[in-house]
Ligand binder design. Structure first.
Ligand code: PLP
Length: 402
């Protein structure tokens, strides 16, 4: 009998929703035409790509679907925003220390190989930027500002609408990009009323398949294409369209929009119940980052003085899927750059676990994790080399409770 899987790793990837599967299937079968073809068999496929563009634009709150460009993933969308910069005189970029590697690594690449100067802004223990420091970092030669909408490890939401306002007031020519891969489908996004120029999303984080993503590019933004090829996506991204993936992304976007209320209520309540249950029963547990400015599905909990990887292995034996740090960097035992930037003590960074829920998470799964977690943590506490520190921490927590 296969063990039941309790999947609490939805920031790594999500289950593809039935609606997206059903929508995409014809395009893997009988509707295999190329939307660029002159004949009707291919040409009529374009109507489905158009519909998907409208659905995806609606999720982003974009004024015009033509501002949406389909890509292969969130990483490609970020690369497009950075590598598409055109003005040779503007060689300064501002980003943060807590971005996903798809932003940090392309920023480092431009710094190392293309004479850009990059300012990496720090964050406080809540995961928030200092607004004065942000404002002061903007220069006349700043070409691009890239600040993520929601952090993948902690779920912390950054005030990107406000940051874009500040940036444009100081320097109207700046391009403002936000990686909204972890915000889309979790909190409302409404680009049209903002000064944000570019927004990335990824299909596999919102119950569409892997291999499809999108970037919103505000009309009039000076961005040169990064993928050169055919005229697809109005010349902004060459390559024959991944029609099945695009259609699935459109449907998943429509579904995500209709489930926003559910995320904000039911999913959030389950996340909060999980968090409370763990904090009550595990004395060495602490939540990392703001508990208020956070997407509703994510909690990042550190278990002080024990190893996150060991916790994950024990949870995995129980059929519980969670993650330590970012899934994209696991396999690499470097402690999380996000938690380190937040100044979380080393002994807590190493024992951090991210639980990320979705609309498919069930109440009884949360019950099960709340029941099993204290047993796992007690077992690992008993073999930790930090017995004195654990004893002292337990005494402090007990004294605080009484
Ligand atoms: N940005 C954030 C915040 C992410 O969490 C991820 C993936 O984990 C990405 C970008 C990369 O997206 P993709 O896997 O579609 O390339």
């Amino acid at each position: 009998m296969t063990k039941k899987v309790i999947y609490l790793d939805n920031n790594a990837t999500t289950k593809v929703c039935d609606e997206a599967i059903n929508a995409m299937l014809p395009f893997l079968g009988e509707r295999y035409g190329n939307p660029s073809s002159m004949h009707t068999f291919g040409g009529e496929i374009g109507a489905y790509v158009k519909k998907s563009r409208e659905q995806t634009a609606a999720l982003m709150g974009a004024a015009d679907p033509q501002e949406v460009v389909f890509t292969s993933c969130g990483t490609e969308s970020s690369n497009m925003a950075f590598r598409g910069l055109t003005d040779p005189r503007k060689r300064h970029i501002i980003t943060t220390k807590v971005e996903h590697p798809c932003v940090l690594n392309v920023a480092r690449h431009l710094e190392k190989n293309h004479d850009y100067e990059v300012t990496y802004l720090g964050v406080d223990t809540e995961g928030q930027l200092d607004l004065d420091e942000f404002k002061d970092s903007i220069r006349p030669d700043t070409a691009l500002i890239s600040v993520m909408w929601a952090n993948n490890e902690t779920g912390v939401i950054l005030p990107v609408e406000q940051l874009a306002e500040i940036a444009k007031e100081k320097n109207p020519d700046i391009l403002f990009f936000t990686d909204a891969v972890q915000a889309a489908g979790k909190i409302p996004i409404n680009i049209k009323g903002t000064k944000i120029d570019m927004v990335s999303i990824s299909g596999h984080k919102i119950h569409a398949p892997k291999g499809v993503g999108a970037i919103y590019v505000r009309k009039g933004s000076l961005l040169s294409p990064f993928m050169l090829g055919g005229h697809q996506e109005r010349g902004q991204r060459g390559g024959t369209e991944n029609v099945a993936g695009i259609v699935a992304l459109g449907m998943a976007s429509e579904q995500a929009l209709s489930y926003l209320e559910d995320e904000a209520t039911r999913v959030k309540q389950m996340r909060d119940r999980l968090e409370r249950g763990i904090l009550e029963k595990c004395f060495n547990a602490r939540v990392n980052g703001s508990r208020i400015k956070r997407v509703p599905n994510t909690t990042n909990i550190s278990f002080e003085y024990i190893e996150g990887e060991l916790i994950l292995l024990h949870l995995s034996d129980l059929g519980i899927c969670a993650s330590s740090g970012s899934a994209c960097t696991s396999g690499n035992l470097e402690p999380s750059h996000v938690l380190r930037a937040m100044g979380i003590p080393f002994t807590a960074v190493h024992g951090s676990i991210r639980f990320s829920l979705s609309r498919y998470t069930a109440e009884d799964e949360i019950d099960y994790v709340i029941e099993k977690m204290p047993e796992v943590i007690e077992k690992l506490n008993s073999i930790s080399p930090f017995q004195t520190e654990l004893r002292e921490l337990k005494e402090i927590k007990t004294a605080m409770k009484s």
